[in-house]
Design a protein around this ligand. Structure first.
Ligand code: FAD
Ligand code: NA7
Length: 461
């Protein structure tokens, strides 16, 4: 008989940066000599990394599950890496040399994997396994999880004392309808299915939306040779200093074949439409009473400390906020969640938790500028850091870097990725990349990390 039958069990859904942060948090406690619960992580993909695990596929995967990935080729970090650095595993420790502030996706993917490869964390993950349904049993106070082992097409059930939902929220498209779109002759798709700019070379492209995806996909298509990029906004334009070839117009009203009409009475002819209209928080494996229902914002309601589901705190959500901070925020959350699950962090009463959330929600409502948003999320990170032994980092300095980044983008959206920042973890100043971002069409790790050395070696010959 298993001698660990009395051990508490933790089920984690997803092995993206958030799920991996949770695994790492438990590993850190174990390495410190503490007894940790039994942890099992379920991942529907065949590898970890979540969004950062690029997939060429769209629609469904080889087992017929909806494809999770929304990332695309030629994707470079859209914020300085110094703003997301793990404070317990620096870029220096991983790469052994300074690198630039805006690395491409494969380089960040490599970094995410570095610290968990040092332990046997992979053993805790069941890959190719979809969490199909979760039920909370009031009598046993346990979560009953219905799991599909996709590889052998087998469904089974397991019980857990705690459930950590780290399934991400940038996967299920929010896809609006516009009158006449069914007659549009060109391609219409959502950013979730965008896999790179190549098909849009020499095309006139219409993008709907005015946030990160619209900005980044628009700029990438411009960089890789689209004839023109038009961005259509609903509330506010992105409003940066656009180069000739990219422009912003008010919201689309309707299509007449390949002609799009906009709210200000203007119109244009387009070859393709990409909806960069955001994503839905979607948890098809959770019943109504356990499901987080929220829009994409900085403080989803019902989550105490941004993680504990107030009606049932043994249900924990990671990374559900809109994100300035990413990897380091997931870490700060995961450490706090771990301490609760290891009975080291008692929570106040439900009513007190409600009051705490209300305070944050009220502050959230008052935010106006992007700088306010940065400060709000920075305060949230500080609040979390005070609760656990996750290594402290200089949050104020990171907030300053975020503000620099916002200004850089405003000034020149094509060159902001050539700027460099200083690490708050090691003090290291980033390298300038060997090639300016606008001229760099190759996003491979090999070229990014070793091109300098190759060129030097060639010069020496
Ligand atoms: P995810 O990375 O989405 O991982 C969730 C995991 O859960 C996935 O592996 C998924 O397969 C798994 N899963 C989901 N449902 C189930 C289920 N039912 N059963 C089993 N497993 C399941 N952040 C940055 O810091 N810098 C950037 O430059 C940046 N660029 C981005 C660009 C795009 C296009 C997008 C969409 C996001 C970007 N982000 C960026 C934000 C990104 O979402 C986070 O960096 C990070 O990936 C979030 O981690 P996560 O673990 O919370 O979610
Ligand atoms: P976001 O940041 O949630 O933004 C969604 C955008 O879509 C935003 O500009 C919305 O405009 C717009 N939107 C939503 N619905 C509509 C309709 N019906 N019509 C027009 N425009 C609409 O999602 P992103 O994909 O940009 O970014 C998500 C993550 O991906 C992010 O973390 C990045 O790192 C990558 P609004 O301002 O609400 O009017």
């Amino acid at each position: 008989k298993n001698k660990n039958t009395n051990k508490k069990r933790v089920g984690i859904i997803g092995s993206g940066p958030s799920g991996l942060a949770q695994l790492r948090a438990f590993e850190a406690a174990k390495n410190a000599g503490l007894e940790v619960p039994e942890v099992v992580c379920f991942e529907k993909q065949s590898n970890w990394g979540g969004m950062w695990n690029y997939s060429w596929r769209t629609g469904v995967g080889k087992y017929g599950e909806p494809i999770h990935g929304s990332m695309y080729k030629y994707l470079w970090s859209n914020g300085p890496k110094e703003c997301l650095e793990f404070s317990d595993y620096s870029f220096d420790e991983h790469f052994k040399k300074p690198i630039s502030s805006y690395p491409p996706r494969p380089v960040l993917f490599d970094y995410i994997q570095g610290r968990i490869k040092k332990n046997n964390v992979r053993d805790y993950i069941r890959f190719d396994t979809t969490v199909r349904w979760v039920n909370f049993n009031d009598e046993t106070q346990k979560f009953e999880m219905v799991l599909d082992d996709l590889k052998i097409d087998k469904t089974y059930t397991e019980e857990f004392d705690y459930l950590v939902v780290a399934s991400g929220h940038f996967s299920t498209p929010n896809m609006p309808y516009f009158k006449g779109i069914e007659q549009f002759p060109g391609q219409v798709m959502h950013a979730h299915d965008f896999r790179g700019a190549d098909p849009y070379k020499d095309q006139n492209l219409l993008i709907i939306g005015s946030s990160y995806s619209a900005e980044d996909i628009g700029v990438q298509c411009y960089k890789h040779g689209a004839k023109s990029v038009t961005l259509s906004y609903r509330s506010n334009p992105i409003g940066v200093n656009w180069p000739e070839g990219i422009s912003e117009v008010p919201l689309l009203t309707h299509f007449e074949n390949d002609v799009a009409h906009f709210k200000d009475g203007t119109s244009g002819k387009y070859d393709a439409v990409i909806m960069c209209t955001g994503y839905q928080h979607k948890f098809p494996f959770l019943p109504d009473e356990l499901r987080l229902k929220t829009k994409n914002n900085l403080y989803p309601n019902h989550l105490y400390k941004g993680v504990f589901f107030n009606n049932l705190p043994q249900l924990i959500y990671l990374g559900m906020q809109d994100q300035y901070y990413t990897f380091n925020m997931f870490d700060a959350q995961a450490w706090v969640a771990r301490d609760f699950m290891m009975d080291q962090l008692p929570l106040p009463s439900k009513a007190e938790r409600r009051l705490d959330m209300d305070k944050w929600l009220e502050a959230n409502d008052k935010l106006e500028t992007s700088f306010d948003h940065v400060d709000f999320q920075s305060d949230y990170i500080k609040d979390l850091l005070a609760l656990s032994d996750y290594p402290d980092f200089n949050v104020d300095k990171v907030a300053e870097m975020f503000k620099e980044w916002l200004k850089d983008k405003d000034e020149n959206i094509l060159t902001y990725r050539d700027k460099t920042f200083q690490s708050v973890v090691t003090g290291t100043k980033a390298e300038t990349h060997h090639t300016e971002w606008m001229d760099e069409l190759d996003d491979s790790k090999e070229r990014y990390l070793f091109q300098d050395e190759n060129e030097e070696a060639l010069e020496e010959i």
